[in-house]
Design a protein around this ligand. Structure first.
Ligand SMILES: CC(C)(COP(=O)(O)OP(=O)(O)OC[C@H]1O[C@@H](n2cnc3c(N)ncnc32)[C@H](O)[C@@H]1OP(=O)(O)O)[C@@H](O)C(=O)NCCC(=O)NCCS
Length: 334
């Protein structure tokens, strides 16, 4: 039995911000940003909420599908519109998905990969009661959404981070299908971020029981040691690719197309080099999107599926890495 990717979706905010636009308010320039990251522009939400973006991406993936048939919604995000309700609950309500179980996960830029890993496991669960399996919700169709408005947690005076991130949403519709292979292998891994190389604090309200002097509120803005994260990313992407390939019993050559997290062009190039694969096999969208954290991989996957290059039987690997620290990879057959 297979857990197949039936369809994908993507949504972007209207405003496109070019490197030169950013160079107007921080000390940077297009040449530095392009050569160090590969980023030329990114979309920034002005009026679009995370919910607007998530539901717009989901609607694309759901075209022609009965909304009553959706059993599960997992939203991966570090920038939900609200803490309560979850983005999952908001998406379920706004789209009208009466039968869906819905919730959020946060594994930063690996969020979509963790969402896929979790959705696949849940979709296999409960199907084998006769052989001792669990009696539980049977999930036939699941939406896994990655959505971010990173522009709202970026310090726009910090040139080392504000040039990197963008906003958007991507989505995959997973479907139980006995006649398809679908997901072949998946692997996720957490690594302790002992040096706090990638963090975003949380500004809580004061209570009557604390005082200004002893209280130490954290600034709610992304903070990153770029060099440390870069080294982690290059190692982690290699490890998860290797493990997902080993689990699947495949070689790098067996993969038709690689869809990596779009954090830095140099990280993608390093992965291609390590596995001796041509760059043409890697989806590269970072130039136009920047790093959109949990939305990066599903947005890039949508572009891959729309490219006209992918055919039935092709094998695609999704790879993510990010804060936590966390990383993972999923291989599926189209
Ligand atoms: C952030 C990143 C692009 C920085 O590139 P780098 O080559 O490591 O650059 P450094 O941080 O060493 O900085 C080099 C110099 O450029 C300067 N610099 C930093 N940001 C700059 C900017 N936007 N414009 C111009 N100069 C900049 C630094 O101040 C430094 O100057 P100095 O040498 O005079 O001190 C890179 O480290 C990176 O992409 N890391 C991974 C980030 C990532 O993937 N994050 C998400 C994980 S999911």
């Amino acid at each position: 039995m297979g857990i197949a990717i039936r369809n994908t979706g993507k949504a972007l905010p209207k405003l496109i911000v070019k490197n030169d636009d950013i160079a107007r308010f921080v000390d940077t320039n297009d040449e530095w940003i392009v050569s160090r990251t590969g980023i030329k522009e990114r979309n920034i939400s002005t009026e679009e909420s995370a919910l607007d973006l998530a539901t717009a991406a989901a609607r694309v993936a759901l075209e022609g599908v009965d909304y009553n048939s959706i059993d599960l919604v997992i939203v991966a995000t570090v920038t939900p519109d609200k803490i309560v309700p979850s983005m999952g609950a908001l998406v379920k309500r706004k789209l009208g998905l009466p039968n869906a179980v819905a919730y959020d996960i946060n594994t930063a830029c690996s969020g979509f990969i963790y969402g896929m890993w979790m959705a696949e496991a849940l979709m296999r669960n409960g199907r084998d009661v006769q052989n001792g399996g669990t009696r539980t919700n049977i999930i036939n169709r699941a939406l896994v959404i990655g959505v971010e408005r990173l522009s709202r947690i970026v310090d726009w005076t910090d040139r080392s981070t504000c040039i990197i991130f963008g906003d958007g949403a991507g989505c995959a519709l997973l479907e139980y299908d006995e006649h398809k292979t679908g997901i072949i292998s998946s692997f996720v891994k957490n690594y302790d971020d002992v040096t706090d190389s990638l963090t975003c604090g949380m500004e809580y309200l004061k209570t009557p029981f604390t005082n200004e002097e002893t209280d130490n509120p954290e600034k709610q803005a992304l903070s990153m040691n770029g060099n440390q994260v870069f080294k982690f990313a290059v190692n982690a992407i290699g490890e998860v690719m290797e493990t997902a390939l080993a689990y699947a019993g495949l070689t790098p050559e067996d993969i038709t197309y690689y869809v990596p997290h779009q954090a830095n062009l140099r990280i993608i190039t390093a992965a291609a080099k390590k596995f001796k694969q041509p760059m043409e096999k890697f989806q590269v969208t970072i130039g136009e999107t920047g790093n959109v954290s949990a939305a990066s991989v599903p947005m890039a996957l949508y572009d891959t599926m729309q490219s006209g290059e992918i055919k039935k039987g092709d094998k695609i690997m999704l790879m993510g890495f990010g804060g936590g620290l966390s990383a993972g990879a999923v291989i599926f057959e189209v």
